[in-house]
Design a protein around this ligand. Structure first.
Ligand code: P6P
Length: 334
């Protein structure tokens, strides 16, 4: 149900402005101006996702991206939309996308003082089957005296100023944090506005549910295999399992209902499959702001020093106790 304040709905722009007392990025309205580029983009993306099948946006675009993944038509639409709207905000200096080989400098540090990195349409291979997909984004500050864009792009996740995602599911839902809690908005198609529905979300500390693609079980490191064996044992973790195969949808369920998502190292992806900078870091920021945890199996995701834009990482993310439970097995069994 939309939250009413002062007799009216609370839009995401209004929420950011209300939050700006002691919040650097939200201060002076710069973030709300930057965020409006993201919310506008996701409304455009949502309009295509909702009409997939009616308009020619399904299927493959006929190319392969830097990840070696077949690009879907909607990937390109989402990527171009985000780059175009962010490019005109004036305060964005660097844009980096899962779909592009390198980060793009669009303004010098004196003007474009923010970096926005994003996965424009995560899980897009699922779109033809009407499975929820999502956009994930993160905002960071350009580094003073930057002599190479990597000095600004390759910052650890704890430097994020803001992070969020939009899940294009049964409703179009935006979740974001600027370090002042996690807040959720639903797009009202009638108003064309994201309206506040939940504030200061908290992930349940522990729920007997995990989310993992166990097809790769035998190539997981032993610690993960031991955890999953224990989790399934009624005398052990007595867990149920949910796995959609679309990171934003799997994470959103955990944010609201609890549990733990794990994508361990596999033979195919020994460093893990998910991307550190624009998938794991934004979701880790949100998870921690909601009282949960996020680890790469060794340490805190947000403490990792990135060495490359498209660097991959293992990911264990969810309720604080759930994450600690997995880490107990990983650390004990390696
Ligand atoms: P697998 C989608 O391709 C994605 O990048 C994430 O959205 C999702 O969590 C993961 O890959 C699914 O990977 O190996 O289970 O198909």
């Amino acid at each position: 149900m939309a939250i009413m304040r002062g007799g009216g709905f609370v839009t995401v722009q209004q929420h950011i402005i209300d939050e700006q007392e002691d919040n650097s990025i939200a201060h002076s309205g710069e973030f709300s101006w930057l965020l409006s580029a993201i919310t506008l983009s996701t409304k455009i993306i949502a309009s295509y996702v909702r009409r997939a099948g009616l308009v020619d946006v399904l299927g493959e675009a006929g190319s392969v991206n830097i990840q070696g993944e077949t690009v879907q038509k909607l990937d390109l639409i989402a990527n171009d939309t985000l780059k175009r709207t962010l490019g005109y905000r004036g305060n964005v200096g660097v844009i980096a996308s899962e779909e592009d080989d390198e980060a793009k400098v669009i303004a010098d540090p004196s003007k474009g003082k923010y970096i926005v990195m994003f996965d424009p349409l995560d899980g897009s291979s699922n779109i033809d089957a009407n499975v929820p997909v999502g956009t994930i984004f993160t905002v960071m500050q350009r580094q003073e005296g930057e002599t190479h864009v990597d000095q600004s792009v390759l910052q650890p996740g704890h430097k994020q100023l803001a992070a969020g995602y939009v899940v294009y599911g049964s409703s179009t839902t935006l979740v974001y944090t600027t370090g002042q809690g996690v807040h959720m908005f639903t797009l009202d198609p009638q108003f064309g506005a994201y309206l506040l529905v939940r504030e200061n979300l908290r992930i349940p500390e522990h729920v007997n549910q995990y989310s993992c693609n166990e097809a790769y079980l035998h190539t997981f490191p032993k610690g993960y295999q031991s955890y999953l064996e224990w989790a399934k044992d009624q005398e052990g973790g007595n867990c149920s399992m949910r796995y959609i195969g679309s990171l934003v949808a799997d994470f959103h369920r955990i944010l609201l209902k609890g549990g733990v998502f794990l994508y361990p190292p596999t033979q195919k992806n020994p460093e893990g499959k998910l991307r550190l900078l624009y998938e794991a870091n934004p979701l880790a920021f949100i998870a921690e702001q909601a009282g949960g945890g996020a680890s790469d199996g060794v340490g805190r995701v947000l403490d990792r020093q990135p060495s490359a834009l498209h660097e991959r990482t293992p990911l264990i993310i969810g309720g604080k106790q759930n994450v600690e439970e997995v880490l107990g097995f990983v650390k004990k069994h390696g």
